[in-house]
Write a protein that binds this ligand. Structure first.
Ligand SMILES: Nc1ncnc2c1ncn2[C@@H]1O[C@H](COP(=O)(O)OP(=O)(O)OP(=O)(O)O)[C@@H](O)[C@H]1O
Length: 592
């Protein structure tokens, strides 16, 4: 699902490395210099060992021996100290990348279309934003530099080994080539299995998320068994894949160790044979062994690093498939118009046709489920308008189109003559506030839930609490506005949640406010009081009320009756009652 959108231009791994490099230019330059110095020292040390043994010890030259020991010690200690500093640089790079990359993904998620949010399940997105990014963070600069350092060390070691003895060199390289072929097999298998594992993991965390998120409803609806059996069957597949991946990774390590053991035995066997024949010195054997060690160590590290990269490659692909989703808010927006919220006066919905994509069995083939078939409406500043109609007729869809979570298929929505497609999305969304049926309540105090973290005076908060009818409830609480209302507002009723979201709306300064079933959980009297408050407080805005209960909207300026994707009637309550048409029948049936 996610892979389809991945950029075909540059691989996600290269783009991630580019991202890391861009945000750590100076650190990378410093680390690079230090890595080169450390690698050079590491490569010179075996030569010093050879001279120490052959010229100092075997040559019985004490003065030279002391000199070489001193140089060896200084170089070794310097390399270790530089490694210490490198560790610090790597840690700062890792933390910077971790924060910046997660923020980049979170920011991009907020700019995507309604289609994306509908098609992608929360559990999958959570698994990408949490676990996949955790895995990617493991691919830090230290790993990348260790690969560079180990590769340089391995190549130069190869050259120096060739200089010491070409036959031993050929033997060692042949073993290495077989190791590379074996490793390639393991790498490909690990990658494909990790890819399947990550996709299944996303599905499984979706089940857990649904269960935990709805735990009370799960208990009430006795659906625990359903969730648990879904979870268990998902876990079975995951466990099998995880075992397979671990076996493959261990197999990869095991193969590397066996081949490296063969390499050591070849060096000691053939090198020892040449020393016995007098064709080789002990110092040269030790130097060759050291360089071979420099080949073995780095090769094992590269195999290890490769295992981690294979795992991370899948995660990088998944994260970049989100980043490659086209944002509704894109850079092209620079040339677009900004709305002046103070002067904004009219919304014109003109002959709008819209349908949601209906996914067919064949995932690439979609057809439309039309919800709106030529809807036209006008909303004016200073007026309260209402949209009514049977459930599912497209009332909320209209507000989503105005917010540009989706775009109309044909027709247009204009604000003061400008098509909303030609208005900067940030500017448009700043001007529109939707008080929706799904209220987001944060695990915090009533005050914070109303102010949403903005610095708002007590006086203003109390004023909107009175207008939304929260004042009595708050007065009954020991901590008043500072009462914690629990995660998702678990400690308050549905009606109190709605009142909080209405209070929020009364504090916002958007010129367009849509109340989408915002008072559905309240009794008739409370609804009437709140409608009065809305009329008084928001009298200079464009207010649109979406409602089922027609008694709530009796006093609004204009009512649009929506049915079968069209506006069948519009006008004030009295006018529509006089027409004795659909609205009249709906209203009459409600009064019975
Ligand atoms: N994201 C979506 N993807 C596909 N279909 C959708 C989506 N959202 C809504 N629909 C469908 O579009 C139709 C209109 O939905 P909408 O929420 O606009 O109706 P509504 O009039 O606001 O209903 P209600 O009064 O029950 O809230 C419904 O049939 C619904 O199933």
């Amino acid at each position: 699902m996610y892979m389809e959108n991945a950029s075909k231009v540059k691989s996600p791994v290269m783009r991630f490395i580019g991202f890391v490099a861009y945000h750590n230019r100076i650190r990378i330059a410093i680390a690079m210099i230090m890595v080169i110095v450390i690698t050079t020292i590491d490569l010179v040390l075996p030569m010093l060992t050879r001279d120490m043994v052959d010229k100092g010890i075997t040559g019985r030259n004490m003065e030279l021996l002391i000199k070489i020991i001193a140089i060896y010690s200084v170089m070794s200690v310097s390399a270790r100290l530089l490694n210490l500093i490198l560790g610090y640089i790597y840690a700062t790079m890792r933390n910077k990348v971790a924060i910046k990359f997660r923020l980049k993904v979170l920011d991009h998620l907020s700019k995507l279309s309604g289609r994306f949010y509908t098609e992608n399940r929360t559990g999958n997105l959570m698994s990408i934003v949490q676990s996949d990014i955790d895995i990617i963070e493991n691919i830090d600069a230290e790993l990348v530099f260790s690969i560079i350092k180990n590769s340089i060390t391995a190549v130069i070691s190869l050259y120096l080994m060739f200089r010491i003895d070409s036959i031993l060199f050929v033997a060692v390289v042949s073993i290495q080539i077989i190791l590379v072929v074996v490793q390639r097999y393991f790498t490909q298998s690990i990658h494909s299995n990790v890819s399947m594992y990550r996709d299944e993991y996303g599905d499984s965390s979706n089940i857990v998320q649904e269960y935990v998120y709805n735990i009370m409803n799960v208990i009430i609806s006795k659906s625990k068994r359903f969730f648990i059996s879904k979870f268990i069957s998902g876990q079975r597949g995951l466990i099998n894949k995880d075992i397979k991946i671990n076996v493959l990774m261990s197999g990869n390590m095991c193969a590397a160790n066996i081949f490296n053991l063969m390499m050591s035995m070849t060096i000691y066997g053939y090198g020892g044979y040449m020393i016995i024949n007098g064709d080789f010195t002990l110092g040269s054997l030790l130097a060759f062994q050291n360089y071979a060690g420099m080949l073995i160590g780095p090769c094992i590290s590269i195999v290890n690093a490769n295992n981690r990269i294979q795992q991370a490659r899948v995660s990088i692909d998944r994260v970049y498939s989100i980043l490659d989703e086209p944002a509704v808010i894109d850079k092209e927006q620079n040339g677009l118009k900004c709305l002046d919220s103070d002067c904004l006066s009219e919304i014109n919905v003109d002959n709008v046709v819209f349908g949601y994509d209906n996914e067919k069995d064949d995932k690439n083939d979609t057809d439309k489920k039309y919800v709106l078939n030529g809807v036209s409406m006008k909303f004016k500043r200073g007026e309260i308008s209402a949209i009514v109609g049977e459930s599912g007729c497209g009332k909320s869809t209209l507000s989503k189109l105005l917010y540009r979570l989706w775009d109309v298929d044909s027709g247009s929505i204009e604000i003061d003559g400008d098509n909303i497609k030609n208005i900067r999305l940030m500017s448009l969304r700043k001007c529109v506030s939707i008080v929706s049926q799904d209220i987001v309540i944060f695990d915090s105090t009533i005050r914070n839930n109303i102010s949403l973290g903005k610095n708002i005076s007590d006086e203003d908060i109390k004023r909107v609490c009175t207008l939304s009818g929260l004042d009595g409830f708050i007065a009954s609480l020991d901590n008043g506005l500072d009462t914690e209302i629990g995660e998702k507002g678990i400690k308050i009723s549905g009606g109190q949640k709605q009142r909080i979201s209405i209070a929020r709306a009364m504090l916002c300064d958007s010129p367009i406010i849509i109340f989408d079933e915002a008072t559905s959980a309240l009794d008739n009297v409370s609804q009437d009081i709140i409608m009065e408050s809305i009329k008084k407080t928001l009298k200079d805005r464009i207010v649109i009320v979406i409602a089922h209960r027609l008694s709530t909207i009796r006093d609004v300026d204009k009512i649009f009756v929506l049915s079968n994707g069209k506006v069948l009637e519009s006008g004030a309550h009295d006018e529509l009652m006089k027409n004795r048409n659909i609205y009249y029948r709906l209203y009459a049936s409600e009064q019975e």
